[in-house]
Write a protein that binds this ligand. Sequence first.
Ligand code: ZN
Ligand code: ZN
Length: 370
Amino acid sequence: MTTEKRDYYDILGLDRNSTQEDIKKAFRKHALKYHPDRNKEKDAPEKFKEINEAYQVLSDPEKRSIYDQYGHAGISSNFEGFEGFGGFGDIFDAFFGGSSSDSRSSKGRDLEFVVSISFEEAAFGTEKELDIKRREKCSVCKGARAEPGTEITSCTSCSGTGQVTRAQRTVFGQFQQITTCSTCNGIGRTVASPCKHCVGKGTESVNRRIKIPIPAGIDNGSRIRMESEGEPGSNGGSIGDLYLLIKVLKHQFFERERNDVLISLDVNIVTAALGGTVIVPTLDGEYDLEIPQGSQSGRMIRLKSYGVPYLGRKGKRGDQIITLYIMTPTKLNMEQKKILKDFGDELGIEGVNDIDNDIIDRMKGAFKGR
Ligand SMILES: [Zn+2]
Ligand SMILES: [Zn+2]
């Protein structure tokens, strides 16, 4: 940058005590006025760039505090990414923090952790706490890398651009070669006295307990994104995000299919034939389920709105679906067998084994086990 930079507050017509709301308003006003699509004056693109840069810094509380303390030199000075500024979309991206426009800045690392929750927690939502270790901006220098009170200067080798242009004379003529400045490693600033706390890194490792809101209705394998809870970016790049991969633990009785809770229920033949009441578990506690007379195996009974709540839709829930399995009795004594045999005779069922065979069966069974 060849020309002296104007004060960011002056550019937006603000004073140092302006609130975030003031900054937003001022940006909107100025950006609309100077947007190259609307304003055809010659210096409009340059003004527009300036406004954008000022906004990027002042709207970010951390960048703003660095700017307040160290001035332009504290902020990564290369905003050349604006050169290719195009349509109206870009400006709104920038406005809502969508993209970082510093070509040498890079977004901080995203972090991902797995969070295990119970079936019920997934259904009804909860708040989980997670202990994580991550890098954060140094608490002493706020990421500026210099010992507070000491000077950060624009790199003299590259005038703060981070790049040096070398003219190379060859037999074919003169070539311009642009390379990363070796004095400042492309950062554009030189720190005379590095911050002692972070040894000039600008970041430090911190243990944090993060509160994670788990919304009702979340499913296994979902990812929750917590914006800007990752690691700090470099050269004014935005903070990374924190992703939480949700793992829903297996339930003793329930299975889930979208928002329905599935459960299978064993019913003895007597209840299945005559009808009756069986207690079944639901997400809302025990439920007295009526088994209709003459129920067959595989019959499904639906409990409306006993399922999992729909994510983000208050009050709406899936159903619980109970599949009946009619159990054939396996351990009958002689008397019970006689009753069943008589019942079979009553129905006229032919070909049923004689009850005496039971003794032989049992002997067979005993040998089978050897
Ligand atoms: Zn530091
Ligand atoms: Zn340099």
